[in-house]
Design a protein around this ligand. Sequence first.
Ligand code: TRP
Ligand code: SF4
Length: 405
Amino acid sequence: MTTHTQGSGRILSGMRPTGKLHLGHYHGVLKNWVKLQQEHECFFFVADWHALTTHYENRDILADNVWDMVIDWLACGINPAQARIFLQSRIIEHAELHLLLSMITPLGWLERVPTFKDQQEQLKDRDLATYGFLGYPLLMSSDILMYKASGVPVGEDQLSHIEITREVARRFNHMYGREPGFEEKAEAAAAKMGKKNAKLYHTLRKRYQEQGDAEALEVARALLADQQNLTIADRERLYGYLDGSGRVILPEPQALLTPTSKMPGLDGRKMSKSYGNTISLREDPAEVERKLRTMPTDPARVRRTDPGEPTKCPVWEFHKVYSDQKTQEWVLNGCRSAGIGCLDCKQPVIEAVKAELAPIQERAREYESDPERVRAVVAEGCEQARSAARETMAEVRSAMGLDYR
Ligand code: TRP
Ligand code: SF4
């Protein structure tokens, strides 16, 4: 089957405002964003409405969390000269697109998104039997389709949301991506191929559309390519009529799966605020040192003279992120032979984490001391996002017949 590359080359991603970020965010997400912004037109936004889908009763989580997170983005090297940084709730068009897409989104699609049931299970202390929570993936679809993004960097947990976004886009294009009278014009074009070919075309189209028969699609396309007496416009109509695509108004985005972060937490589990095992990006260097010095090691090393096994030790996971091969060998040998102590072993990691954080913290301090500058960066990003959003909404309204007068 021919795959159409759709879209603009734009990259879009969002993050819920969780406040100050930690090393897991840096290694898992932000380093990737920094790289992407150098190669693509990027839109990065704070998904503040998304925070309200689960924490709607808490009006205080937004203000501080949003600005702290934006400061950390900037401190990590997200560059406002390269990427647009904006706030979801300041682009009111997202709400309009969410509403309009809700008209054509079958309830079952949303109910079947795995995170819907999972999260309700996990966040038992909250009432998530709400309309907003059910619609969460569709709000995310609106965020993405608004900018006609080609690529959306996300983690594994978000893949089902990209999938539903693609389905919604397909359905939208199928339903509205047609000029007025599209079907009649396509039928008339088919008739121009002569009775026999028209009949074959209709049979193949039906086989593809009703049974998903990809071979029928190929044969029908070949049939169209062979027709001498069709105009280009008629041929295009018949292609679109054949696969049901019509004109593409909202391109289907591609998920850019971010490899699961190698960044372990202080206890060896994934670094996460809910496990309390984080080193935050703005952690005081003395505190970084304390946290690393006290982090657990291979329990077999009770005494300095007991040999250990790095693969059973969370410190080794840090060495895998931060140390060169020579240091890694020093750890493997020294640990297994009890040649080094755990504090010796931790020292290179302590130095590396502090060195990594120093420039980030310096930039963070600059932005912290100049909140107006942060506000201005975001205001500028919002302007740019809004103008892209307005263009899309004009097309969407017209496609849905809302531009009547
Ligand atoms: N749902 C995402 C998360 O929880 C955040 C998000 C909202 C997002 N809208 C998006 C991510 C659009 C990518 C694209 O992490
Ligand atoms: Fe872990 Fe290093 Fe101690 Fe071995 S020497 S147990 S790898 S901290």
